[in-house]
Design a binder for this molecule. Structure first.
Ligand SMILES: Cc1cc2nc3c(=O)[nH]c(=O)nc-3n(C[C@H](O)[C@H](O)[C@H](O)COP(=O)(O)OP(=O)(O)OC[C@H]3O[C@@H](n4cnc5c(N)ncnc54)[C@H](O)[C@@H]3O)c2cc1C
Length: 305
């Protein structure tokens, strides 16, 4: 087989992509995996407590690094580059990576996960606006910081609880009239004395010079107010990372890739696994299961051509 010619090209080194790589190599499929973050988004998980068998404290980044090493040990090629383009020339898949190198494969798997949705208001790129409190929260420790969390779902509740460990005050800004999360999580938020919820409140803009200093808000559609903050966690949701995909596939209205029961997208030979897929659960365990199954169905596809 020619150099840069593979049987399976995987985009993403998260749990879905790495599991697929481990299974694919063990099934005898020559595999290349693109991605520059071993473990993908799981570096944001402090301790992976809901994965069967991991009873001790296993940090997400540790889990990711181990899975990355395991995929490498099985023989997958991991160039540690991102794919800037994935297309199909009528015969096979063609990828170009961030080093401008071309790669070819008979099948492909998009396991490229999701990225946070950014709030579209003025100054949304200011320093001090972040998307993972697990990663950025500890930098506010012992600083008597006031932090805001924007969002009204489970994610916002989770981020508020985590930040309440480091900040003097957490202001949870919800556009709706209520927090939409499991009752246990809502009561945990309510019990925290340093979390203050502002309901029916809309963010108009962020304020600050070099970095964020405040937020302009409108409460109940009437009262305009500026609150001072030292940092903001935006927790309004996530969108699929599909910018590199130059192949037309069916997606949901939100852009998640639709697959059949064998995890194949509407384009023959192109599979999808993990958070990027139209699925009902986005957790490490379900993305790993997707990866394993996608490798098996990629083999069936390769055997059929
Ligand atoms: C804050 C937070 C806490 C969480 N807590 C838990 C938890 O406690 N338990 C649990 O089970 N799950 C948890 N999850 C969910 C879990 O992290 C995800 O379900 C899982 O990481 C998804 O795996 P994935 O492989 O589909 O995608 P990802 O982990 O997102 O990995 C995809 C990777 O592909 C990369 N990529 C994107 N585009 C390209 C490209 N063009 N080229 C190369 N690479 C690309 C991305 O940068 C990313 O590194 C949490 C998620 C977050 C955000």
């Amino acid at each position: 087989m020619a150099e840069n010619q593979y049987e399976l090209m995987i985009v993403g080194t998260g749990p879905a992509g790495l599991t697929a790589a481990i299974y694919a190599q063990r099934l005898g499929i020559k595999t290349v995996v693109f991605g520059d973050t071993p473990g993908g988004n799981i570096y944001m998980i402090e301790n992976l407590t809901n994965f069967p068998g991991l009873t001790g404290e296993v940090a997400g980044d540790q889990f990711g690094a181990t899975a990355f090493a395991q995929a490498k040990k099985e023989g997958a090629f991991l160039p540690m580059t991102r794919l800037t383009l994935l297309s199909h020339d009528g015969e096979q898949f063609m990828g170009i990576d961030s080093n401008s190198r071309q790669y070819f494969a008979t099948s492909a798997l998009i396991a490229c996960g999701v990225s946070p949705i950014r709030l579209e208001v003025p100054n949304a790129n200011k320093k001090g606006i972040f998307y993972s409190s697990l990663r950025d929260g500890p930098s506010f420790r012992n600083q008597k910081a006031t932090l805001a969390v924007i969002g009204e779902g489970r994610l916002a509740a989770q981020e508020s609880l985590w930040l309440s460990r480091f900040a003097e005050r957490v202001i949870l800004i919800c556009q709706d009239g209520e927090l939409k999360a499991e009752s246990a999580m809502i009561s945990a938020v309510e019990k925290k004395e340093n979390i203050y919820a502002l309901l029916n409140t809309r963010v108009v803009s962020f304020v600050g010079h070099d970095k964020i200093e405040g937020i302009l808000i409108i409460i109940k559609g009437k009262e305009k107010k500026k609150i001072r903050v030292n940092g903001v966690c935006t927790a309004i949701g996530w969108k699929p990372n599909l910018e590199m995909l130059k192949i037309s596939v069916q997606t949901t209205d939100e852009g998640f890739v639709k697959t059949d029961e064998k995890l194949m997208s509407s384009f023959p030979g192109l599979f999808a696994a993990g958070d990027v897929r139209d699925t009902d659960m986005r957790q490490v365990i379900t993305t790993c299961a997707d990866g394993a199954r996608a490798a098996l169905y990629a083999l069936r596809f390769l055997e059929g051509i």
